[in-house]
Write a protein that binds this ligand. Sequence first.
Ligand code: LLP
Length: 443
Amino acid sequence: MYLHGTSTINERNHLEIGGCDTVELAAAYGTPLYVMDEALIRQRCSEYMEAFRASGLKFQVAYASKAFCVMAMCRIVEEEGLALDVVSDGELYTALKAGFPAQRIHFHGNNKTPEEIGMALDAGIGCFVVDNAVELHMLNAIAGEKGVRANILLRITPGVEAHTHEYISTGQTDSKFGFDLENGAAFEAVKQAADLPNVELLGVHSHIGSQIFEVDGFRLAVEKVAAFAAHVRDKLSLVFRVINLGGGFGIRYTEGDTPLPVAAYVQAIAEAVKEQFGNLRYPLPEIWTEPGRSIVGDAGTTLYTVGTYKDIPGVRKYVAVDGGMTDNPRPALYDARYEAMLANRGGDPAEEVVSVAGKCCESGDMLIWDVKLPAVRSGDILAVSCTGAYNYAMASNYNRLRRPAVVFVKDGKADVVVKRESYDHLLGNDLIPERMLKVTRPV
Ligand code: LLP
C-alpha cells in the first residue's frame, strides 16, 4: 500500500493517519473502522477551488455527496466553500440537517419523486438537474402549485463514452440518464423548458463516467456541449449561462493507477471551455463540476482485524477479516482493486502473497485477491487504503453485519462522525406481528 496524505509509519511501527495511531483507533472504536484523513479531504476541496480560481472562469464545484454523505462531511464541504450535489431525499435531508445552505445544493437523479421535488422546493435549493421530460413537467407543475420558480439544468447524454468500467459509464447514447443529444431529445427539452413558466433554464449538464484518467473524454464532451449551445442560440435565441460537466475524475487506488492531479483536470476543462466557446463567439458560461470520488476516495482507510486464515498448499492462502462486501462492495461489484498493509507491523518486510476474504457467506466476498504482506497472524490489523468513496455510502447489513463506525482524524485527534451500528440498530425497524407472539411456549 502506498502512503499518501498524512499517512506515515510511526516509531511504534504502526500506520499513523492524521497523527493518530491506527492500532489505537482500532482498539478504541472496534473494527471494521473507516478512518478518514480530514486534512486530505480539505486539501482535495481546496485543490479544486484553487484550480478553478486560477482559471478565471466563473465556477461552482459541487461535491457529489453520493460518494460519502454524512453530516460531518457536509460541514467540511460547506466550510471549504463548495456546493453540494444530492440525488435523493435522504442525501438532501442529511445536508439540510447539517446546516448546509440550500442555495448551494443541486438535486440530481433520474427518478425524483413528487415528494422529493416538493421537499427540495420547500427547502429552496439552488438548482435541479432535470433528467427527463416526465420530471420536467412534474417539476414545473409542483413549482407552480407552490408559487415558486425552480432553477434547472437539463441533463444531456453527449454520446461520449469515457474509458472506464462499463457499469460506471453514463455518457453513451444508450443510457438511463438524460436527454439524448444525437437524436434531438435534448433540443426538444430545451425548447419545452424555455416555454414553461415555473422553471428557469440555466443551461445543461453532462456527466461522462467515473474513475476517468484521461482528459480527452472531457474535452470531447465540452466540444459537443458547446456545439449544442451554439445550435440552441442560433435556433432559439437562447443562451446558456451554466454548463455542468459532472464528475468522474479518477483517483489512485493502487500504485499502478495514474490519474492526473486535480489541477490538470480543471486546467484541461477550462482550456477546452475557453477554446470551444470562444471559437463559437459564445459568452463564456459558468462552469460547474461535481467531483465525488476525487474529493474523498483516497482519504479513507478501512481497518479490519484478521481472524482466521487457511493455506491451501500450491493454491493460495486466504486471510479472513471481520468485514468484507458489506463495508466495501466494490471488489465484488466492479472488480475494483485495493492495496493493503498490516497497520500493526507497518515497516515489516512483505513475505507472502495472500488473498483477503470477507466474512460474508458467499465465495464472491473477497476484498483483495493477491496482496503481499508480512506473514499474517490472527489479531493483526489490516488496513485497506483508498476506501473513502462509495464504501460507507454503499455499505449494507447483509448477513446482518453491523455497519462500521466512521472516524475523522486530524492533528492527532479522532472524532467519531458515524457511530458503529448496534444490535438495536439492526432490529430497530423489525416488527413481529401480534399473531406470532401468541405462540404458547413451554414453561
Ligand atoms: N455527477 C453525476 C451526475 C454522477 O452520476 C456521478 C457519479 C458524479 C457526479 C460523481 O462521480 P465521481 O467524481 O465520484 O466519479 N458506485 C460507483 C460509482 C458510481 C458513480 C455514479 N455517479 C463506484 O463505486 O465506483
